[in-house]
Design a protein around this ligand. Structure first.
Ligand code: FES
Length: 138
């Protein structure tokens, strides 16, 4: 089964809070493909949906979620949302920190490096590019 070309659900995480929201409806879901296998051109988010110094968490399936952040105006980053500690999904971006609430690990939204908490490894980077209004897998 192919991955949808658009994410099905995203969780907007602004500085100071989160709100779940439907973004777009895709036609299919992936079969547990790691984020590194998202094909080039896969739309991760719309630029307008990614707040400065914050980000969104885009859900593809139970094993595949991507954090898309904007740590600097016009600069977008993306990471596999699966926490490198014990595999929970990071669910919030606050003040340029990607947060996994399971055991409170925090990662930089600039480079994915661990800033605090029990995780030891950084979040895997997903290479992206801007295509029109979208942020897509490069
Ligand atoms: S699984 Fe993320 S901090 Fe433990």
């Amino acid at each position: 089964m192919e991955l949808p070309s658009t994410p099905q659900v995203t969780r907007r995480c602004f500085v100071g809070g989160c709100a779940a929201t439907a973004l777009t409806t895709g036609t299919a879901t992936a079969d547990h493909q790691p984020c590194g296998k998202l094909p080039p051109g896969t739309v991760l988010a719309k630029k307008a949906d990614v707040p400065l110094n914050g980000g969104v968490v885009v859900y593809f399936d139970d094993e595949t979620s991507v954090v898309v952040a904007q740590p600097k105006k016009g600069t977008y980053t993306a990471f596999d949302a699966k926490c490198t500690h014990q595999g929970c999904m990071c669910s919030e971006v606050d003040n340029n920190l990607i947060i996994c609430w399971c055991h409170d690990s925090r990662f930089s939204s600039v480079d994915g490096k661990r800033r605090s908490g029990p995780a030891k490894k950084p979040l895997p980077l997903i290479r992206t590019k801007v295509k029109g209004d979208d942020i897509v897998v490069a």
